[in-house]
Design a protein. Structure first.
Length: 304
């Protein structure tokens, strides 16, 4: 593992928690070993081997940055060391892959769309490791989720299978959302930031892309509730589809910076279309700590 990665992240997390205690790694020298156990100042211990070291270190960095202490309390997260999964305070389980995004989804709850989604249909694009569909299913929604990256799709399936309570509510589809075409999608180690408009690798895969109109027709959806999009630039194509007006709520993570110098690629264009579709309650906010101005990246939440 890159030594700079180890050193930079260890140096970053030496700040006190709200309790006034320094929450950090007690034995940082172990990070340079292939196998061992990471000891934290709160007494927690995390074992790793050559195969799972990166995932375990990512877990440690996640809990140090958020201040989480795994435990058995009602609002504490849990960790199963033997089976290598964590469980959020909402009771949703995840393998140790790409867990950094769980901060947004289950701690900050940036996808929150109501306390009771029983029987409501949610369509979400950019399912990644399954965090968003599992979040909505935990509130009772019937979720149609799209994830075109095969690696993330496989991890999402594993995570959904870890949650039999919610699995029956989720349909995971290996397609993109946008136009009704075949698109080239980049293959990367981590698809969290992957976009058909940002292909920095020679490796791509051809995947089906579906429009909102086709999704509603093919899945026989007559009364959709929420459209949740994290599709890295394709939202500017989706917003032109008048079927968006059939939803009660829309949530869009927008990224106009991915399509520079392209006509009608702006936050104002998205807002204009939503208003045309009679969405009259709109808020705009930052959903993460990335260094972007709201004109270039953020989230729109709109409802009627």
């Amino acid at each position: 593992m890159n030594l700079l990665y180890d050193l930079l992240y260890f140096a970053k997390f030496r700040i006190p928690t709200v309790e006034g205690n320094t929450y950090t790694i007690k034995n940082p020298w172990v990070l340079f070993k292939k196998t061992g156990k990471i000891k934290l100042t709160d007494g927690q211990i995390f074992y790793f081997n050559e195969k799972n070291k990166k995932n375990v270190l990512d877990l440690v960095l996640f809990i140090l940055s958020t201040g989480i202490h795994f435990g058995r309390g009602k609002y504490q997260w849990k960790f199963n060391n033997k089976r290598e999964y964590i469980e959020t305070h909402q009771g949703v389980r995840f393998k140790l892959h790409g867990i950094g995004i769980l901060d947004e989804t289950f701690l900050k709850q940036v996808h929150f769309a109501g306390f009771n989604l029983e029987g409501k249909v949610v369509i979400t694009g950019g399912a990644y490791i399954g965090d968003t569909p599992l979040f909505y299913a935990s509130y009772g929604a019937k979720v149609i989720a799209f994830e075109p990256d095969p690696i993330s799709f496989k991890i999402a399936m594993e995570n959904i299978s870890l949650n039999p309570r919610f699995k029956k509510l989720i349909t995971l589809v290996p397609y993109a959302i946008g136009k009704d075409v075949i698109v080239k999608f980049p293959l990367e180690k981590d698809s969290g930031g992957s976009s058909i408009f940002k292909i920095n690798t020679q490796k791509t895969i051809s995947v089906r892309s579906m429009s909102i109109s086709s999704i509603l027709k093919e899945f026989n959806i007559n009364n959709p509730y929420l459209l949740d999009l994290d599709i890295k630039g394709a939202e500017f194509e989706v917003i032109k589809d008048e079927s968006v007006a059939k939803f009660k709520k829309v949530r869009i993570e927008y990224s106009p910076y991915l399509l520079k110098n392209t006509k009608n690629i702006s936050l104002s264009f998205l807002l204009q279309k939503l208003q045309e579709y009679q969405f009259n309650k709109i808020r705009i906010y930052k959903h993460n700590d990335l260094r972007f101005d709201l004109l270039n990246h953020g989230t729109i939440e709109a409802e009627k």
